[in-house]
Design a protein around this ligand. Structure first.
Ligand SMILES: NC(=O)c1ccc[n+]([C@@H]2O[C@H](COP(=O)([O-])OP(=O)(O)OC[C@H]3O[C@@H](n4cnc5c(N)ncnc54)[C@H](O)[C@@H]3O)[C@@H](O)[C@H]2O)c1
Length: 377
């Protein structure tokens, strides 16, 4: 599989290039990035000739000798690139979140279907050993049907983007669509994976309490409701606690991280299973490159077989919708049914549509001017 990498930022160079190189039968043969420094760094990392590096991604996607693209730009640019790549007949591995809006994500899915190409979303935490272990325990029935999952990620590191581009794009909702929950939506798809199906409703506290975070949230305390129970996804930039506890009628599984910090910013130190017949514990393996090697191989295999990748476009859309639903709930102070209907302002405009809602003055989203609802930038 001959791959063109579009977007050579931190994740492109540090994760996608080595992940592709670690898999047999695939190679990064071209790179596009409009920032000269990043383009040069990517060309060096992938060992590319000058005729395979492009300041403009449009020149890359039309090459006949490229089978697939990895789209690792910030999400604002992803829909246009993905749709053009699909029309050019390229298979697509798209970073998360797929887009700023569910409407755009749906258009990307439609373009992939219409052109008979695979659209996969980079939901790489599926390939981290500790989460695989938890999923195996839940599937084995050892703790019973999961009813309550508490996923604490309150010590997420606020890592800037590549210095040569725009290091603070994650703090501007017009670029990112949201703050820490949008960026760490990994935990939202993990919750769906563990609970065995998508959330049907959400209620959330969404706020900003640190200085200098633009117009996005830096804390989101979210309660997702599923057919069989609920998950609390607690997410913040800062130094709060991390760890997972999932319970069913027979017992519980507990992930404890180094220093009670937030995984994968610190390693997962211990998994415990306690149930009605006993207990056991072990140290889970750590992932190489945040599970990206697994994602690259899974994409290659899905394209080869014509089957579904671990996360397809529809999966990516569902997770984006669940994140935006939490923002709507936090803004309104109400539980919100998921998925958002296609005529909802936030379905069409992403978090920018929150300003169109009838928001209570007491809403922390309004008070902090999040998602373009005020002047606090
Ligand atoms: N799956 C993961 O674990 C993971 C980890 C980090 C980032 N990401 C995602 O990857 C994406 C990029 O994140 P990052 O941390 O690498 O950001 P970054 O700011 O480090 O890099 C972004 C890169 O995209 C380039 N770019 C911007 N617009 C472009 C365009 N129109 N055409 C070509 N290149 C363009 C920039 O020049 C820059 O090099 C984001 O969507 C982010 O959510 C995913």
């Amino acid at each position: 599989m001959r791959i063109g990498l579009i977007g050579a930022g931190n994740v492109g160079i540090n994760a996608h290039i080595p992940a592709v190189q670690a898999n047999e039968g695939m190679a990064v043969v071209a790179v596009a990035d409009q920032t000269p420094d990043r383009l040069a760094a990517a060309a060096g990392a992938a060992g590319l000739e000058p005729d395979m590096v492009y300041p403009n991604w449009r020149d890359l996607v039309v090459r006949d000798d490229i089978d697939a693209v990895i789209v690792a730009t910030p999400q604002r640019f992803r829909p246009e690139i993905v749709i053009a790549a699909a029309k050019a007949g390229k298979h697509i591995l798209a970073e998360k979140p797929l887009a700023l809006t569910p409407a755009d994500a749906q258009a990307m899915i439609d373009a992939a279907h219409a052109n008979g190409v695979t659209l996969a979303t980079v939901h790489n935490y599926h390939f981290m050993p500790v989460y695989r272990d938890i999923k195996d325990i839940l599937d084995s029935g050892e703790v019973g049907q999961p009813e309550i999952a508490v996923l604490n990620y309150l010590g997420v590191e606020d890592r800037p983007g590549a210095a040569a581009y725009n290091p603070t794009w994650r703090h501007n909702s017009a670029d990112s669509g949201g703050g820490v929950l949008m960026d760490m939506l990994h935990v939202v798809y993990l919750a769906t994976w563990f609970m065995g199906g998508p959330p049907i409703a959400v209620s959330a506290w969404v706020n900003k309490r640190l200085e200098g975070n633009g117009d996005v949230e830096d804390v989101a305390l979210v309660r997702y409701i599923y057919a069989n129970g609920q998950a609390l996804v607690n997410m913040a930039w800062g130094v709060g606690p991390g760890g997972i506890e999932i319970g069913g009628a027979r017992g519980r599984v507990v992930m404890t991280n180094k220093g009670f910090g937030t995984h994968p910013f610190v390693p997962a130190e211990r998994l415990d299973v306690v149930n009605d017949v006993g207990s056991r514990s072990w140290t889970p393996a750590e992932a190489v490159a945040y599970g990206m090697t697994g994602i690259a191989g899974n994409f290659r295999d899905a394209v080869a077989s014509g089957g579904d990748p671990i996360a397809n476009g529809e999966t990516g859309l569902g997770v984006l919708d669940a994140v935006l639903g939490a923002y709507v709930s936090g803004a309104l102070g109400q539980e919100v049914t998921l998925p958002l209907p296609s005529d909802h302002p936030v379905y069409r405009k992403g978090s920018a549509g929150i300003a169109d809602l009838d928001l209570p003055d007491a809403s922390p989203v309004v008070r902090q001017g999040l998602f373009g609802t005020g002047s606090a930038k």
